[in-house]
Design a protein around this ligand. Structure first.
Ligand code: CIR
Length: 253
C-alpha cells in the first residue's frame, strides 16, 4: 500500500518529562531532535509528504503522534489516549486530519492508543492493553466496520502496545517477538521472529518498499534483509528511553 502522507511532531523541550518505564535514563534533547530529523528525512526519501507540526510542551509525549489517530483510505478515527497525561494531544491531530479524511472519534469511557492498532490488509488487530480498554476497542471495531474493515482483539501483556511486539511489513511478512509468535492470529503469515535480546526491533515499519527499523539490532536486521527487504536503519536511542519506537513517531496514510 502506497503511503503518500505522514504527520510528525518533533519532541518538545520537556520531552524527558514524558511517561516511561524503560529505566534507560533521561533522553538527550538535542540528540532526540537530530534523530527525529533523520526519521523525517527517511520518510521523505521514501516518497512521503510530511506535515510537521509545531512542538507542544504542554504534552511531553506529543512526538508519539501514532497514538492519537487510526487512519486508512476511507476515514480517520481520532483516539482517546489511554494515559490521562496524554489526553488532549489528539486535538491538533484532529484539526489536521479533517482536511484529509472523514472523521470518527473514540468516546469516553473508551480509550485507544494507536500503538495498539495494527492493520494487515483489511483487518485491524487491536491490542487490549494498559492503554486500550475493551470499550475503546469495541468502539473502534464498530467504526471501522462501517467502512468495511474487520477487527480482531488481542490481549497484550508485558509490553506497552501491541505494536511493541508485532508489525506488518509486506508480502504477508510480520516481524514478531518470540513470545507472540504462536498466537493464532498470525498463523497464516510468514514470520520474522525477534529474539528477546532484540525485542525493541519488533517495532519497525514498511514504507513504500523500504523497512525502517532501529539501528543496532544485527540479528533482526539480517533476518529482514534475508527476506529480500531493503532496510534503512535509524538511530532511535533517545525515543527508546521514552518507550517509543519507529512506528510511534508518525501517522502514515
Ligand atoms: C507513552 O508512554 O505513552 C510514551 N512515552 C510512549 C508512546 C509510544 N507510542 C507507541 O508505541 N505508539
Amino acid at each position: 500500500m502506497q503511503i503518500s502522507h505522514a504527520i510528525v511532531r518533533p519532541p518538545p523541550e520537556n520531552f524527558s518529562q514524558g511517561i516511561t518505564s524503560s529505566g534507560l535514563g533521561k533522553p538527550d534533547y538535542n540528540l532526540a531532535l537530530k534523530q527525529h530529523q533523520e526519521y523525517c528525512e527517511a520518510l521523505k526519501n521514501s516518497g512521503v509528504n510530511l506535515t510537521v507540526l509545531k512542538q507542544d510542551p504542554e504534552f511531553p509525549d506529543s512526538c508519539f503522534v501514532e497514538d492519537t489517530a487510526v487512519v486508512n483510505e476511507r476515514c480517520a478515527v481520532i483516539t482517546r489516549p489511554g494515559d490521562k497525561r496524554r489526553r488532549g494531544e489528539e486535538i491538533k491531530i484532529k484539526q489536521v486530519l479533517s482536511s484529509y479524511r472523514k472523521l470518527e472519534s473514540i468516546q469516553k469511557p473508551g480509550t485507544v492508543d494507536g500503538g495498539d492498532v495494527l492493520r494487515i490488509h483489511n483487518t485491524y488487530f487491536i491490542g487490549l492493553s494498559q492503554r486500550t480498554n475493551q470499550e475503546g476497542a469495541q468502539q473502534l471495531k464498530e467504526k471501522l466496520m462501517k467502512y468495511s474493515y474487520g477487527s480482531e482483539f488481542i490481549p497484550v501483556r508485558d509490553m506497552l502496545h501491541l505494536k511493541s511486539g508485532v508489525n506488518y511489513l509486506d508480502r504477508d511478512v510480520v516481524v514478531i517477538r518470540k513470545e507472540l509468535s504462536s498466537l493464532r492470529f498470525f498463523t497464516s503469515f510468514r514470520k520474522i521472529t525477534v529474539s528477546p535480546q532484540e525485542a525493541y526491533a519488533a517495532n519497525c515499519i514498511f514504507v513504500n518498499g523500504t523497512v525502517l527499523m532501529p539501528s543496532n539490532f544485527p540479528e533482526t536486521l539480517r533476518k529482514i534483509k534475508s527476506q529480500g527487504f531493503e532496510v534503512i536503519e535509524l538511530q532511535m536511542s533517545e525515543f527508546e528511553k521514552m518507550d517509543g519506537g519507529v512506528s510511534c513517531l508518525s501517522i502514515r496514510f
